[in-house]
Design a protein around this ligand. Structure first.
Ligand code: TPP
Ligand code: MG
Length: 327
């Protein structure tokens, strides 16, 4: 681990955390009117994968996509403006939190339909293969995606065509309020199922950003050199409610003890301690980094608030047609 890499990982995690905590703090102002799925607690996976990927690689995601979009380099101002429903948003204010896109950095989209972007990510990989590039397509998804038929069709096609696709599963143990134990057999892991389909797969600790980065980099290297698809199942945990800014441990689907146990394995503080102990950064540098992040986030919210809403005439037009492009 070089000081540069340590700084990059820490910056990515702290920036995602700051953005999402600010959304949570300001949600009650009722200016962000779309549902929002926060990934506070899960930043390690996004930061590791986003850092291991190249700028010209592709990524797609689902409903909980803020961290993935940001880690891939997506424009922060355009994301916050999108959540505010403004014309300057990345989907021109028509999509909200679950429809993030920034093609300039290869973040090709996110949608609310569980598993909906998995075949899209595989299709992007097919395109890359036909173009004979060494670029990679990354598909971020949750544990519930392993209950969708299209996931298996996608894995099959990716193996058959030896596509350059990295499947990144964030297993946070829940699908809304349903724990894994009522949805999938307890003696069968997602990565084992993918391995049985022919996709070399492994498990890693998503709250250990260094391990997550090492495992991802190794997989990406293999995929780039023509090794075909890979899958990594990261264990991690969302802190806040499934959808919205609050905590919901009181409603009975999970225990406070479980939450506290995961919180003690907090990805940012854990890594920061290691970085300081190993002399990879100084506390004063980390403090300065945090101040810069807070300034950047405040600027993005000010930009979103001061941006116009889409013109009434644009309300029912196609996203691309209204931009004057052909779809
Ligand atoms: C096809 C489909 N079925 C159901 C839903 C409702 N839904 C939204 S998010 C979600 C849970 C997804 O869980 P997971 O993939 O584990 O992601 P997480 O929310 O834990 O990040 C469900 C069932 C949906 N959006 N699409
Ligand atoms: Mg889940």
């Amino acid at each position: 681990m070089t000081p540069d890499l340590a700084r990059q990982l820490l910056h990515s995690m702290r920036r995602i955390r700051c953005v999402e905590e600010t959304i949570a703090e300001r949600y009650a102002e009722q200016k962000m009117r779309c549902p929002t799925h926060l990934s506070v607690g899960q930043e390690g996976v996004a930061a590791a994968v986003g850092t291991a990927l190249r700028h010209d690689d592709y990524a797609v995601s689902g409903h909980r996509a803020h961290a993935h979009y940001l880690a891939k380099g997506g424009d922060l101002r355009a994301m916050i403006a999108e959540i505010y429903g403004k014309a300057t948003g990345c989907a021109r204010g028509k999509g909200g939190s679950m429809h993030l896109v920034d093609e300039t950095v290869g973040f090709m989209g996110s949608t609310a339909i569980v598993a909906g972007t998995v075949p899209v990510g595989v299709g992007l990989a097919y395109g890359l293969k036909l173009q004979r590039t060494d670029r990679v397509s990354c598909v971020f998804f949750g544990d519930a995606v392993a209950e969708a038929g299209v996931f298996y069709e996608s894995l099959n096609f990716a193996v058959l065509k030896k596509l350059p696709v990295l499947f990144v599963c964030e297993n946070n143990l829940y699908s809304v309020y349903s724990p894994l134990s009522v949805r999938q057999p307890s003696d069968r892991s997602i990565q084992a199922v993918a391995a049985a389909m022919g996709v070399p797969s492994q498990h890693a600790d998503g709250n250990d950003v260094q391990q997550a980065y090492d495992v991802t980099s190794e997989s990406v290297r293999t995929i780039r050199s023509g090794g075909g698809p890979r899958l990594i199942e990261f264990s991690t945990y969302r802190w806040r409610e499934h959808c919205g800014p609050f905590y919901d441990n009181d409603i009975g689907y999970r225990t406070e003890a479980e939450f506290q146990e995961w919180k003690s394995r907090e990805p940012i503080a854990h890594f920061e301690r290691a970085v300081l102990t190993r002399g990879l950064s100084k506390q004063s540098d980390i403090d300065a980094m945090q101040r810069d992040i807070e300034r950047e986030v405040a600027d993005a919210f000010a930009f979103a608030e001061s941006s116009p809403f889409p013109a009434p005439g644009d309300a029912f037009t196609d996203l691309y047609a209204s931009a004057g492009q052909s779809a």
